[in-house]
Write a protein that binds this ligand. Structure first.
Ligand SMILES: [Zn+2]
Length: 99
């Protein structure tokens, strides 16, 4: 989760799903400062690692899309009544052509 380079520490983004993901936070002198940096940048701790705000937005956007796809299904129109009412012979009656 935390990458180290030349005695500097940076928190790495756990998700990296966003096209504009910055991949990792700024390098700091200690792990604590690196975590403070991502907290300040509003990164979200998922339980497994830190996720940058851009990846978090991408995740949330995908979830909203999924919900929309699911919601468009399962709508049934009213059922047509079965059987005849004996009106078959009266179809021509009532059709009025306006001249
Ligand atoms: Zn990210």
């Amino acid at each position: 989760m935390i990458v180290r380079k030349d005695d500097q520490y940076a928190v790495e983004c756990f998700a990296k799903v966003s096209e504009i993901c910055i991949q990792k936070g700024e390098y700091c002198d200690s792990e604590e400062e690196a975590i403070q940096w991502v907290e300040y940048e509003c990164w979200i701790f998922s339980g497994e690692g830190w996720i940058c705000i851009d990846c978090h937005d991408t995740f949330m956007g995908n979830m909203v899309k999924m919900r929309k796809i699911r919601g468009s299904d399962g709508i049934e129109g009213p059922k047509k009544p079965e059987g005849h009412d004996g009106l078959d012979g009266d179809l021509e009656v009532g059709i009025d052509i306006v001249r």
